[in-house]
Design a protein around this ligand. Structure first.
Ligand code: GDP
Ligand code: MG
Length: 446
């Protein structure tokens, strides 16, 4: 990711040449960097061609373009192209129906994170009011049932499995029959995976699929497998026509570039990403955050991207202008909060705001949205002068905090927390501006 930005900067700094040469240099650098992030070579060259025509076209108006602008144009173009690649839209995405029985089957290689992701998904739906059951149809690996059982107990999810039955097809069929009878709304079937893509595994998968008749099949893909993702997902698609992908281990070093080819090769969307071993470490997939991470674009930039798409144009303009000057007022903060509340899924967005990511991982989404509403109350109780300020007048006159706390039905501590967050953002805006002036991306070594 960072390499991509360094590449872009590098290509720019030594070019007094004409636009086309600059574009060419930068594209070469980007291609190398994308390949190093495990993006498939055919996709990279397709991307390169698309970009080239786009960028040369955009220049045909003959206006002179500064290096800074060129860089922005190219970054935006790369960003958009990658988003298009990974944002796979299906006509009728699977939606579990309440009061119906929805069977979801998991497939994927051993160690990819199936059992973990099954529990995460069960927790996800259970919190949304569905009656969810888990079935362990992995009779191949010793300890598989114990693992699922422990996860399920911890998450308070009913489960089914067997220590003695060796036929996974039978276990799956029995489990589904039992949960169906008990009017479960979502039945999640965990299957076995093996080290290699053995024929026996695929055979077993087909047989299980035939008896449980899944409404949705999900393939679990480990983000760290790199280029192998394409071939692996193709092989699975042939035997188990999965309709969605969960990309796991995105909390590690892997940028997940390989997943782009899995999406492209199977024309199947990624629906969630796994971001840790804990049962709550599941996030809705967002193409923009994914690509931001892949490109190593500063969090604040991807936040702005999202921000722009949902917020009122005039509001965004003012905030953008402030940010460009390295400023971030309480009013900007308030607008941002309001926009974020409109944006959802909260967890993706929250990760990009300093201090919010932590807040999210400790509490649930509903809890966070309550907190954010409270923050808006606090901001509503501020005067225009206070909102348009950098917040420092609160530090000079703490009595203002007492007034705002009383007015919003919160505590001084809560007001202080909001000021702290806004101050963090303001510092970030400042350093982003400083970095831009010195020609570096935020967070990049000079
Ligand atoms: P399975 O063989 O496909 O069922 O894989 P498991 O669910 O047993 O997971 C294999 C290992 O990967 C376990 O140690 C999990 O804790 C770990 N794991 C699964 N998903 C994630 C994730 O999103 N992040 C991290 N860091 N570890 C994960
Ligand atoms: Mg397993």
């Amino acid at each position: 990711g960072k390499r991509i930005n360094s590449a872009v900067n590098g290509a720019l700094s030594n070019s007094q040449d004409d636009y086309a040469t600059t574009v060419d240099h930068m594209l070469k650098a980007i291609v190398t960097a994308l390949l190093e992030s495990d993006v498939n070579i055919r996709l990279v060259s397709k991307l390169r061609n698309n970009l080239k025509s786009k960028l040369i076209d955009s220049k045909s108006d003959g206006r002179s373009v500064s290096n800074g602008q060129t860089k922005k144009v190219i970054q935006k173009a790369v960003f958009d192209e990658l988003c298009d690649l990974v944002d796979c839209k299906v006509d009728e995405p699977f939606q579990p129906k309440k009061k119906k029985c929805n069977v979801i089957m998991f497939v994927g290689l051993q160690g990819s994170g199936k059992t973990t992701s099954c529990t995460k998904l069960a927790v996800y739906y259970s919190r949304r009011g569905y009656k969810v059951g888990l079935i362990c149809a992995d009779t191949f690996r010793a300890g598989a049932f114990d693992q699922l059982k422990q996860n399920a107990i911890k998450a308070h999810i009913p489960f089914y499995g067997s220590y003695t039955e060796t036929n996974p097809v039978k276990v799956a069929a029995e489990g589904v029959a039992k949960f169906k009878k008990e009017k479960f709304e979502i039945i999640i079937v965990d299957t076995s995976g093996r080290h290699q893509q053995e024929q026996a595994l695929f055979q077993e998968m087909v047989e299980i699929s035939n008896v449980v008749k899944p409404n949705q099949t999900i393939m679990v893909l480990d983000a760290s497998i790199g280029q192998a993702a394409e071939q692996q997902s193709k092989a699975f698609k042939e035997s188990a026509d999965f309709g969605a992908i969960i990309l796991t281990k995105m909390d590690g070093h892997a940028k997940g570039g390989g997943a782009i080819s899995a999406v492209a090769a199977t024309n199947t969307p990624i629906i969630f990403i796994g971001t840790g071993e804990h049962m709550h470490d599941l996030e809705k997939f967002s193409p923009k955050s994914f690509v931001s991470k892949l490109l190593g674009i500063g969090d604040i930039e991807s936040l702005l991207e999202q921000f722009q798409t949902v917020s009122n144009k005039e509001d965004t303009k003012a905030t953008m202008e402030n940010l460009q000057q390295g400023k971030f007022t309480l009013l900007d903060f308030k607008k941002q909060m309001q926009t974020i509340m409109k944006m959802g899924p909260l967890s993706n967005i929250a990760q990009m705001i300093p201090g919010m990511g932590n807040m999210m991982s400790q509490v649930g989404e509903e809890e966070t949205s309550k907190k954010m509403k409270k923050m808006i109350y606090v901001l509503d109780s501020m005067t225009k002068e206070e909102l348009e300020s950098d917040g420092r007048l609160f530090i000079d006159q703490p009595s203002r905090m007492v007034r705002v706390a009383a007015g919003s039905g919160t505590s001084v501590f809560e007001v202080e927390m909001i000021l702290m967050q806004q101050q963090m953002m303001a510092r970030m805006a400042q350093s982003t501006k400083a970095a831009q002036q010195s020609g570096n991306m935020p967070g990049m070594p000079g």
